[in-house]
Each structure stands twice: as structure tokens, then as C-alpha cells.
Ligand binder design. Structure first.
Ligand SMILES: [Fe+2]
Length: 232
């Protein structure tokens, strides 16, 4: 069980703060603390360019020393800087267009309370699901076929989801996927932090009308640094 989650959004299409370099792609540095007091450092995607990744980390005061790198999909704008982390364990899905052989959840080796959430499509995208006392906190990279089509049934099978962070692939007038988010909210979703594949206007719609948790920024994007705790 995960009790604390810290996130640093290091790469994203849109900046949340001054002085960071936005870039099409995603990278989130996640530090978890489980109920035994064990800390784990997970780099969720690397973005496309190691120079941007390391420059933004330096600007934010983040020391990047991941125990493992979780790749959401085998595409350059998500894992383009992977070769800069030879010592970390890499967890990435099989190449695109291969038929996904796994469904649902599989345990993420070496991280208590962490699971790989397998997508529903042949693109073989995968998310990271962290188990907390308030419900699941799910990180998604791109949702390349749209949130509902890519992860819809996998998310609904999870049960109560407390938080959803990352690439949800939603544009301003995408009522199908905005409605899906509202459906998840009706089932207990509290935190929605849209990144990467979500347009600026859609981010505002989600943050103003669906998200319930103040994580300290007007717009979610590159530079967000937030802490979440899940004690009883
Ligand atoms: Fe993407």
C-alpha cells in the first residue's frame, strides 16, 4: 500500500511555471513511500530529449536518480531519453501494433503497491496504478486512441480510482472522453491532472469542472511539483 506520492512534472507540452522548457512529450518523476517506510523513485516516461529533461530537472531542483523507468508506450516522445539511464530497470511495453497479450493488472516488480495497468488496444500502451487507502492513483502516458478507447474498460475494472494523472488525449470538444471522466468522478475520482495529450482549453475544462483537488497550480503542466498523502 502506498502512503505518500510526490510528483515532479519534468516534461510536458505546456508549462505551468516560468523558466521551464515545454516540449511535446511527457516525463513525470514519481517518489512513493509505502506503509513500511520504503521509498521508490520511478521515472514515468522520459520525454523525447534528455537535454530538456535534465535542464528542467535542474531548474526545479530535482535530482534524477530513478530506481526504475516506466515507459508508457514505445514511442520517442515518451521514451526518447531512455538510453541515458543505463543503471535503472526499464519497464516498457512490447512494440506497437503487436497484439497485447496481457489484460488488467500485473504487479510492478520491486515496488510494493504498484501495478502495470494494461491498455485495451493493440497499441499496447500501459499505465502505472498505485494502490492507496483512498483508491487507485493512475498515471497514463498518452491514451493514444483516446482515454475511453485506450484504457476505459481497464479503468472501470479497477474499482475506485482516486487520482488520474497524465496524458488523457482529450481536446476541447471531446464530449465522449470528458463524459467518461465525469463517469469516473461519479465513482469516486477526486484528482484529475491532465497533461501532454490534452489541449490547453480541455485542461481548463477538466480542472474547473471535474478535478476536486487543489494541487497548487492554475494549469497543469511542466513544472508541477505536488505531494499527496493517503493515511487513514
Ligand atoms: Fe504521446
Amino acid at each position: 500500500m502506498i502512503e505518500e506520492i510526490h510528483i515532479d512534472v519534468l516534461v510536458d507540452d505546456i508549462p505551468s511555471v516560468e523558466d521551464l522548457l515545454p516540449l511535446h512529450g511527457l516525463s513525470i518523476y514519481i517518489v512513493t513511500r509505502d506503509d513500511k517506510g520504503v521509498f521508490k523513485r520511478i521515472l514515468f516516461d522520459t520525454g523525447p530529449d534528455s537535454k530538456i529533461l535534465f535542464k528542467n530537472a535542474e531548474t526545479l531542483g530535482v535530482q534524477l536518480k530513478p530506481d526504475l523507468i516506466f515507459g508508457s508506450m514505445p514511442h520517442w516522445h515518451h521514451i526518447g531519453a531512455l538510453d541515458k539511464f543505463r543503471e535503472a530497470v526499464h519497464v516498457i511495453p512490447s512494440p506497437p501494433l503487436a497484439h497485447a497479450s496481457k489484460r488488467g493488472l500485473t504487479h510492478l516488480p520491486g515496488v510494493e503497491g504498484a501495478y502495470v495497468l494494461h491498455g485495451d488496444t493493440h497499441w499496447n500502451e500501459q499505465g502505472l496504478a498505485l494502490m492507496t487507502r483512498k483508491g487507485w492513483v493512475v498515471f497514463l502516458g498518452c491514451s493514444v486512441h483516446g482515454l475511453r478507447r485506450t484504457f476505459g474498460s481497464s479503468l472501470l475494472r479497477l474499482g475506485r480510482i482516486w487520482g488520474l494523472i497524465g496524458g488523457l488525449n482529450i481536446s476541447t470538444r471531446d464530449n465522449v472522453n470528458l463524459s467518461f471522466l465525469r463517469k469516473l468522478k461519479g465513482k469516486g475520482l477526486q484528482l484529475v491532472m491532465p497533461l501532454h495529450s490534452v489541449s490547453m482549453d480541455a485542461r481548463k475544462i477538466i480542472l474547473d469542472g471535474i478535478n476536486m483537488i487543489d494541487f497548487g497550480y492554475e494549469v497543469s503542466g511542466c513544472g508541477v511539483q505536488s505531494d499527496f498523502s493517503f493515511y487513514k
